[in-house]
Write a protein that binds this ligand. Sequence first.
Ligand code: NAD
Length: 260
Amino acid sequence: NLKSKTAVVTGSTSGIGLAIARAFAKEGASIVINGLGAPDEIEKARAGIESEFGVKAVYSPADMTKPDQIEEMVRLGETTFGSVDILVNNAGIQFVSPIEDFPVEKWDQIIAINLNSAFHSIRAAVPGMKARKWGRIINTASAHSLVASPYKAAYVAAKHGITGLTKTVALELATHGITVNCISPGYVWTPLVEKQIPDTMKARGLTKEQVINDVMLEAQPTKQFVTVDQVAALAVFLSSDAASQITGANLSMDGGWTAK
Ligand code: NAD
C-alpha cells in the first residue's frame, strides 16, 4: 500500500484524474487534487476522498498554463505532507479543427496544459524524490502519443511530446529509484470525450451516433470505451514495488487501437 506516500494528481477534479486520485487514496496515500471547476463540486470531491478513504486531501488551484502556480502546487504537497512521492501529470484539454482554421491561442493553450505543465511539475518535484531515493512519475498520454487522427494537431503534437519527455527523464532518473512512465488510453468515456462530439460532428459532417460508433469506437477493436477505473488501476500498479523495473515505457490501454 501507499500509506506513507503523497500523490499529486493534476487535472483531478474530473474524469481520469479524479479516478486516479481516488485510487491512490484507497491505497492510503495523502492526496493533492488539482483542476478547474465549480468550488462546491471541487470541495465535494476533496472531502469525499477524505471521508471515503480516511486519508488527507488538499486542493491546489494551480492553473496548468502558469509555471509559477505549478511549482506552488508541488510545494503545497511538500509543505502539507512532507513529500511528493507520486506525481501524475494528467491535466489535459482537446480541440478539434482543421489545421488552417486552428486558433493560434488554442494551439498555445494545449501545448501549455498537455505538455509544458508536465515539464514544470517534474522539474519542481524531482529534487525531493531524488533526496528520498524514491519516486513515481506517471504521465497521462494517449493513443494519440503513438498515432494521429485528423483535426487534432495540437493534441497529437503535445501527446507525442509527452512520450519524449517521459523517456528522457526516465533515463536521467534511472539510478535514483524514480520511475517515469506514460499511460496511453484509447477512448475513455469522460467529459473530455463527450465535449468533443459536437466539434467532431461539425468538422466531419456526422451525427452524434456516427461520431461515437464510426469515429471513436471505430478506432478501438474491442468496440468498448476504456473506463477511468481501469486507467487508475494501472497508475496504482505503476506506483507499486512490482513495477520498479518499468521505466521509460508508454503503456497502452486502448482496446487494441494502436495494434492496427
Ligand atoms: P476531463 O475533461 O474529464 O478532465 C481534465 C482535467 O484537467 C479536469 O480536472 C480539468 O479541470 C483539468 N484541467 C483542464 N485545464 C486545466 C488547467 N489549465 N489547469 C489545471 N487543470 C486543468 O478529461 P479526461 O478525459 O479525464 O482527461 C484526462 C487526461 O487523459 C488528459 O490528459 C487527456 O488528454 C487524457 N486522455 C483522455 C482520453 C479520453 O478518451 N478521455 C484518452 C486518452 C487520454
